[in-house]
Design a protein around this ligand. Structure first.
Ligand SMILES: [Zn+2]
Length: 352
């Protein structure tokens, strides 16, 4: 076994008892299937080498004690969601230059292409780009640059793309959402902006008016709504996401498995859960001694799509998440059906 394989075996050791050879051989059987990605964060998808190149080019100072090679990757389960999120201290410090935005977009789409991704809904907070790139008039200009950059990279790799605008939980989330929606309107409501997302630590509160702002945006612009909810054990957040925010899909939703009535509610409402199996183990959303809830979702008839969340941070790709989902109990047939399930619940229109 060469050094590279030793490293891989270490990375995969938590996923099950299979040897790395068994793992790679099973993965190879699915090497030619079409895949779709409905839950992936753009700045969690930038390959490490691209991050290093951009940091060197932009001479960006890192936070004290932060080592990119050591602190930006996540291989092993973290103590908490907030410790899993530590890399974002650095992931929002770049790109300052427009050409580096283009560079990272190409790298992100190349990785998606290597995983046979045919369509993707990419998430970005956008606003941090405006402050980094001194866009004027920000932030519509930042959104325009991001759209241009991802359009160009996605057409190069032949991947249909929609952008989901992400707002992070906290005191300023309503302001951030209003700012993003104004930028979206300033650009004439581009059709490749397809949805809105609420992300971040679920222990952090948000302004009371935030849910109605999401619902109004859905009604007025026809944007899809997806909410990170039930990732850190808060069952109530899942119901709130649907009833108050108007969520069409739920990010993670692992806590819902603890409430059978809630699962029945999700099934009845046809709410799709974005299941990110590797991320769920690394964040501690699903603990080592627990079964992953995806089989409970299946038993209750709750639709779900397998997604990768932050594949570059995990040093893996969507193909590995499909493998992890099988390791958690999905059948090969379930994996083959994933592409059609993703088409059904995607916010991108006109997928054939
Ligand atoms: Zn996420």
């Amino acid at each position: 076994m060469n050094q590279c394989k030793n490293d891989s075996a270490k990375k995969y050791s938590w996923t099950g008892e299979d040897s790395i050879e068994q793992y790679e051989s099973t993965k190879a059987k699915f090497s030619d299937i079409d895949r779709a990605e409905l839950h992936v964060h753009m700045n969690g998808s930038i390959p490490l080498s691209t991050i290093q190149d951009i940091f060197a080019d932009e001479s960006t100072e890192l936070p004290a004690g932060f080592l990119i090679e050591r602190d930006i990757l996540r291989y092993k389960p973290c103590q908490s969601l907030s410790s899993y999120l530590t890399p974002w201290q650095v992931l929002r410090l770049f790109p300052k230059k427009r050409e580096n935005l283009n560079l990272l977009s190409l790298a992100v789409f190349e990785s998606l292409s290597q995983n046979n991704v045919r369509f993707v809904e990419l998430r970005s907070s956008v606003l941090y780009l405006a402050s980094l790139q001194n866009c004027a008039p920000a932030p519509a200009h930042a959104l325009e640059r991001l759209l241009e950059s991802s359009r160009s990279a996605s057409s190069r790799f032949g991947i249909r793309t929609g952008l989901i605008l992400t707002v992070t939980r906290g005191d300023y989330s309503s302001v951030a959402l209003s700012t993003l929606l104004q930028a979206y309107q300033d650009l004439g409501q581009p059709s490749d902006v397809v949805g809105l997302d609420l992300a971040g630590d679920e222990e952090i509160t948000y302004p009371a008016e935030l849910p109605s702002l999401f619902r109004k945006a859905k009604d007025r612009f026809g944007l899809g709504i997806t909410i990170h909810a039930g990732e850190t054990g808060r069952v109530d957040n899942v119901r709130t996401a649907v009833e108050l925010f108007g969520a069409d899909r739920i990010g993670h939703g692992t806590a819902a498995s603890k409430a059978p009535q809630l699962l029945d509610f999700l099934a009845k409402k046809d709410i799709c859960i974005e299941v990110c199996p590797i991320s769920n183990r690394l964040t501690g959303a699903v603990l080592k001694n627990e079964a992953h809830p995806l089989l409970a979702f299946q038993r209750h008839g709750v639709p779900f799509v397998i997604c990768s969340d932050n594949p570059a941070i995990h040093q893996r790709g969507l193909a590995d998440d499909h493998m992890a989902a099988m390791n958690e109990g999905l059948s090969a047939r379930d994996i083959y059906e994933q592409f059609d399930v993703a088409k059904r619940y995607s916010f991108i229109e006109g997928l054939d």
